[in-house]
Design a protein around this ligand. Structure first.
Ligand SMILES: [Zn+2]
Length: 415
């Protein structure tokens, strides 16, 4: 009997060790692929590797559009910085050819490091999707690179550590919102000291994540982390204590373009959510039944991910909701975030990698990197997470965007 118990205990320990080692290997070898997707070479022309190159390519396309269509406008807003004198948001406005009450707003780069894809799609939109027929039914307003500092220096956040998609509002009461759940995990999310990917903490980040999931549940954690917070200025998802300068500028400059329209569809371009290769329309839940019905009919060919479901979370201080909405109070205002999936974050391992990338990048920015090699490794890993270098992924992202926006433009023109 004693011998049997001994064998049982040893077998159990061995089994647990195998599971632990297996999970450890699975976490560190996690690498979503593109499943042999065909590359359409012409799609790759819209992708560049730096803020300057993306901006130049967008401005060339925008200039060509202003030469083609009457009464168009193009201008840049300089974003002040302590370290860089060449950071701009670029804006292109194309009015409809005939009287139309509809406007489409297409914005990129509120999360700086996600702007590469947003910029690529805006360039593609201008060259391929924008036609006389489209402009017969609607005006188009393009906003390129809302967070140029993050775009250039590979951050999701701004130079002041603000997540602009949590810090956009017209009412400063935003900054009084308390995210009670965030405090529970603040120390886990925002470690101090110089960061290294080789540290014990980072080698076993997934175990700390699993412990937190077991303690608080995945849904509670997801909401607490993703919602936005206004109490920890060096923390991830910090929405600020005041408005960032570009939000002040856009609040003044945009209403003149929005106010002539009765119906506005605002689509903010992002990367990161969901399965690699997927394209997802996301939104906070809508209270207004008429707007809900119109939004669903514009995106009727696609599954909309609502923020109050298991798949994602609700946010405060978003750019398209509530900020842009408040700039056009009398319009029927429809809005969605569109996300290209890059890293399989719908899987638990992918979501832990997403969080670890945010934590390491933010720790490096606020507390420094162990050495220059670590800085390069963490920053490039962060860029790759939100802007895959794979030609298959990039080509597929243009194709999925082409397919989604072709139907969205058609559906929007008839609502
Ligand atoms: Zn984003």
């Amino acid at each position: 009997m004693k011998k049997f118990l001994k064998i049982l205990v040893v077998t159990l320990i061995a089994l647990i060790l195998v599971i632990l080692v297996g999970l450890h290997i699975a976490y560190h070898s996690f690498s979503p692929d593109d499943k042999g997707l065909q590359v359409n070479e012409s799609n790759l022309a819209y992708f560049q590797e730096s803020y300057e190159e993306c901006r130049k390519a967008f401005l060339e396309q925008a200039r060509a559009a202003t030469e083609m269509y009457d009464l168009s406008k193009m201008f840049s807003i300089k974003v002040p910085s302590k370290v860089d004198t060449a950071l701009y948001i670029d804006i292109l406005y194309l009015p409809p050819k005939h009287d139309s009450s509809r406007l489409l707003v297409l914005s990129s780069g509120i999360h700086g490091v996600e702007a590469f894809m947003g910029s690529a799609f805006q360039q593609f939109f201008l060259e391929v999707l924008l036609t006389e027929e489209v402009l017969a039914d609607m005006g188009v307003l393009m906003i390129h690179g809302i967070n140029p500092y993050g775009f250039k220096y590979l951050r999701r956040l701004t130079e002041n550590n603000v997540d602009l998609n949590r810090g956009s509002e017209t009412d400063p009461a935003l900054f009084n919102i308390k995210n009670e759940g965030y405090g529970m995990v603040n120390e886990f999310l925002n470690p101090k000291g110089k960061v290294s990917k080789n540290s014990v903490r980072n080698q076993f980040f997934h175990w700390a994540s699993i412990m937190n999931i077991m303690k608080y549940s995945k849904g509670v954690l997801q909401q607490a982390i993703g919602q936005g917070q206004y109490d920890y200025p060096e923390g991830i998802m910090f929405g600020g204590n005041d408005f960032e300068p570009q939000i002040d500028s856009l609040r003044i400059r945009l209403p003149v373009f929005l106010s002539p329209y009765e119906t506005i569809l605002a689509i903010d371009l992002h990367t990161g959510h969901g399965e690699r290769g997927g394209l997802y329309p996301l939104s906070n839940p809508l209270d207004n039944p008429q707007n809900l019905q119109k939004t669903e009919s514009v995106f009727k060919d696609h599954h909309i991910v609502w923020g109050d479901t298991d798949e994602t979370y609700t946010t405060t201080g978003g750019f398209s909701d509530p900020f842009l909405q408040k700039l056009c109070p009398s319009a029927t205002y429809l809005h969605l975030t569109v996300e290209w999936g890059t890293s399989d974050v719908h899987k638990i391992i992918g979501s832990m990698h997403l969080l670890q990338n945010h934590v390491m990048e933010n720790q490096g920015y606020n507390h420094g990197y162990k050495n220059s090699k670590q800085e390069e490794r963490i920053k490039q890993g962060y860029k790759e997470f939100f802007y895959p270098s794979s030609d298959s992924w990039r080509s597929g992202a243009i194709e999925s965007g082409r397919e989604m926006f072709s139907t969205v433009l058609e559906n929007y023109s008839v609502i």
